[in-house]
Ligand binder design. Sequence first.
Ligand SMILES: Cc1ncc(C[n+]2csc(CCOP(=O)(O)OP(=O)(O)O)c2C)c(N)n1
Ligand SMILES: [Mg+2]
Length: 696
Amino acid sequence: MTTTIAPVDTLKSAQLDQLCVNTIRTLSIDAVQQAKSGHPGTPMALAPLVYTIWNRVMRFDPQNPIWPNRDRFVLSNGHASMLLWSALHLTGVQAVNAEYELLGKPSVTLDDIRRFRQLDSKAPGHPEYHWVSGVETTTGPLGQGVATSVGMAIAEKWLAYRYNRPGFEIFDYNIYAVCGDGCLMEGIASEAASLAGHLGLDNLCWIYDNNHITIEGDTRIAFTEDVAARFLAYGWNVLRVGDANDLERIEHALEVFRKEKDRPTFIVLDSHIGYGSPNKQDTAAAHGEPLGDEECRLVKRSYGWPEDAKFLVPDGVYDHFTAGIGKRGAEARRKWTDLFESYRTQYPDLALEIELMLRRELPAGWDRNLPAFPADPKGIAGRDASGKTLNVLAQNIPWFLGGSADLGPSNKTTLTYLAAGDFQSDTPEGKNLHFGIREHAMAAIVNGLSLSKLRAFGASFFIFSDYARPAIRLAALMEVPSLFIFTHDAMGDGEDGPTHQPVEHLISLRAIPGLITIRPGDANEVVEAYRFLMQLRHQPAVLALSRQPLPTLDRSKYAPATGVAQGAYVLADTPAGNPDVIIIASGSEVSLAVEAHESLLAEGIRSRVVSMPSWEIFERQSQAYRDSVLPPAVKARVAVEQASIMGWERYVGSSGHVIGMKTFGASAPLKELQRKYGFEPNQVIAAVKQQLGLGE
Ligand SMILES: Cc1ncc(C[n+]2csc(CCOP(=O)(O)OP(=O)(O)O)c2C)c(N)n1
Ligand SMILES: [Mg+2]
């Protein structure tokens, strides 16, 4: 039996809708079948939802997917990526590059879909921000997308308050996030939903694909809570659509969302994974493997689709999307562009701010009045120097904001100047975000703020970077300039003991490609670290800061802290610049290295101290520069860092020595820990002498 599709001019509107829905379904089925891997079942079930959001509801112009007031669509169940590739393709979303220029070609072609999951295809396994235009955030690790959407919603609220003026709704977009059982089982989603409810983010709508299926089978095996009641308890408005194929009901629920004030909306959508598959519908078998040739035919037959057609986009489908989202989006964007033109005339300063922000540039004078710290042997803690710097930067850069996971007073990240304020539902202009004790959601929310073009930071103790790590990794993968400020970076909080003393955190973060880590050695290095990282446009950064005071080095005697911008620099040297031995240190161990160096010089031993706050920045420098800092001929080397010794052989070589941590720390006053683990001048001196073959 062969099925044919009726000529387009004979189809009624509802039939055209169905044709589009089935196109999304069959493209997804064919792509997974062709790739021999992927997830067909959820696209088959959610095609009507995605169709309704995109073609009937979202204000989004495919001609310009970075138009700033567009509605955002987040596919948190990223394994269903074929939904997104189909939508981006069928609506004709255009490609944009990292400089925000339109490239005059589609983001996802039918060929890309034919090459789903293949090298260089614009239809990769999961939605990848910065790789495929129209993807608002990278998803795949379940829960990240919905948590990031909370950051997007906070950003919209903040932007609307700061920039909208009577008659000028410059920002009034909504955020739609689709998620499945997996997202809602993950703790990060609960953290984020709890905060979103508290903040009353009425611009945020999550649609829950309630299909009762995950990989291992029915959700009865592990997930039996009342999800709707949970979201009610968080303070969300909860709606239910009992049939995922009912476009009108879906559209109605989305309308209810748009009218809702003061609460986010959670739509429970009852669906059937693998909808239309006679043998796989409602089973885990529809989740993560191709349907198989025979089942593909049966499914297509059930959709009234030609059974042998592959990657078919019937006549009328592209046009129907053009008439829907295409027309609506273009009109919305044109209106907005006109509005923005008159806004620019009336509020030129605000318009300029918006334009700079959207290009990730900094305003004139962004680094004026940054503190300069005078030499001081007692010094100041890294976190305190950071707090002073942050407070200046936040005043110079209107759209720089952030907060801590309940450790603001300890991280010194609270913005204390009068106008800073707290971000709450009734004060969305506030620049202090209170994430609560939710590090994982915090990091994802910071990503959501960054994706919305705000400059944003999140803070906690360095030890708890573990709780935020999956989102930090995504920031690096997405190439967004999220900033993570971690204090208590080593054993400075001695008495708290090993649960609070990071050991492996630095090296494990250094292992994340593209992430910049900086561990400044004194207050002026903290300032220079900020000066460097504020200028990053496409890279996230982690700052590791000390809890305890560090001596502020005398920069008239030692090299200026501006060397931070090279990642590592010669801080102290022999008078003739011809060292026999190099001591490399970061953070709290820099002043220790300098102290050892002074004693060595007095003994006539020619040592050099290299301050190395950032491996990643140093690795970007020319070979000539790197060799000038670490001359290859000088093999006698000692590295000192209160963290795992792992990786330091890269800079000290196989014959060098590393004073670092090989075990967890302990609970004791810092001084005793420093003695126990070897972070004292005499132990550095002994290591240097051993390197030089000078017995004690
Ligand atoms: C953090 C995380 N853990 C595990 C996985 C692997 N994984 C991918 S999909 C999935 C099941 C998801 O179930 P559900 O969200 O209900 O999706 P459905 O099968 O209904 O589409 C799992 C465990 C993942 N992607 N991310
Ligand atoms: Mg499921």
